[in-house]
Write a protein that binds this ligand. Structure first.
Ligand code: NAP
Ligand code: GLV
Length: 311
């Protein structure tokens, strides 16, 4: 079996070590170093944001495997071969990272840690009432693999959690809202809104002025999905008007975020550099290897993307 690794990150050696330990028959090549290899012999591409037109050079692929949960960096290739199975990464370490990051920020706001930090800077000893956790309503926009893991972790802490998805879900202790008609009701009860949607033509720009206006006054927006879900100017206007009290942004329309972007200096905005959940070559290799083994046995891979749906 031959796999071509295509990524601008520099962890190819870690992926090679982990994958070949699990799949001893795997020949692991790296683009562009190994571009002399006959492209017709490549069975798998393992990719993160490949340059447009590269994947179609490999005519005999059994599958295109994403190095991340999101596949928008692959499907944006106008020459992507759409007849090949495309698989997104579902990985325990990625999920744990996302759960930790979301929990951290929800607890930060719920326990008023920003206010206590300001008190400490002013050497002020002051106790605020501790808000009731079950009165804090968290809404998760995009209730799939990551959204459900985050929702379950928050529900275990007794937050009042709801998830919004295309299809209804049945998860104990969590309210499910499904479809466009259910969105206003979901937003109206989201004191903290966490975005974990995939980027698709339907979800691009979804966090706009109308959506933000439907949130309760004082709401907090936490975007952990893709920058293009958010209309930056609409978020800034909602923060400046006082309708929103804070935003945590891990992802941006253009990454890296330009030094002059107003998000950096805004007192209500926290910027992190797309680190909510990073793929680990160690645990990620387990998922990738398991899927390659399934395909080699003639089985359908897990976590297939439906290109017509966009995720
Ligand atoms: P997933 O399992 O495919 O879940 C996607 C969810 O979004 C599903 O619940 C789906 O509904 C819902 N959805 C999609 N389109 C919708 C629409 N038009 N209306 C309503 N709901 C819609 O994806 P995932 O693995 O959880 O990953 C989610 C995203 O997280 C990724 O695509 C990526 O952009 C982002 N991410 C970010 C980081 C980071 O470090 N910041 C790390 C990893 C992932 P159904 O359940 O009904 O299908
Ligand atoms: C990261 O953003 C991912 O999609 O895995």
């Amino acid at each position: 079996m031959n796999l071509m690794f295509i990524s601008n990150e520099d962890r190819a050696d870690q992926w090679r070590d982990n994958l070949t330990a699990l799949l001893p028959d795997l020949n692991f090549y790296v683009w562009p170093d190994d571009q002399a290899v006959d492209p017709a012999t490549i069975d798998y591409v393992l990719a993160w944001k490949p340059a447009p037109g590269i994947i179609k050079r490999f005519p005999n692929l059994k599958a295109i495997l994403s190095l991340g949960a999101g596949i928008d960096g692959i499907t944006c290739d106008p020459e992507l071969p759409i007849d090949k199975p495309l698989v997104h990464l579902v990985d325990r370490s990625l999920t744990q990272g996302m759960v930790q990051f979301a929990l951290y920020w929800v607890l930060h706001f719920h326990r008023q840690m920003g206010t206590y930090q300001k008190f400490a800077e002013a050497r002020t000893w002051r106790q605020l009432p501790q808000a009731e956790v079950d009165a804090c309503r968290v809404g998760i926009l995009g209730f799939g693999e990551l959204g459900q893991a985050v929702g379950s972790a928050l529900a275990a802490q007794h937050f009042d959690v709801a998830g919004w998805s295309r299809s209804p879900k049945q998860i104990a202790g969590i309210t499910s809202y499904a479809g466009a008609e259910a969105l206003p009701g979901f937003l109206g009860r989201s004191d903290m809104l966490i975005c974990l949607l995939p980027l698709t033509p339907e979800t691009e720009g979804i966090i706009d002025a109308a959506l933000l206006a439907a949130l309760p006054r004082g709401a907090i927006v936490i975007n952990l999905a893709r920058g293009r879900h958010l209309v930056d100017a609409d978020l800034l206007a909602a923060l400046d008007s006082g309708h929103l009290s804070a935003a945590v942004l891990d992802v941006f329309y253009n990454e890296p975020l330009a030094a002059e972007h107003p998000f950096w200096a805004h007192e209500k905005v926290t910027v992190t550099p797309h680190i909510a959940a990073l793929t680990s070559p160690r645990s990620g290799a387990d998922s990738v290897a398991a899927n390659i083994e399934r395909i080699e046995r003639g089985e359908t891979p897990l976590n297939l993307i439906d290109l017509a749906r966009g995720y």
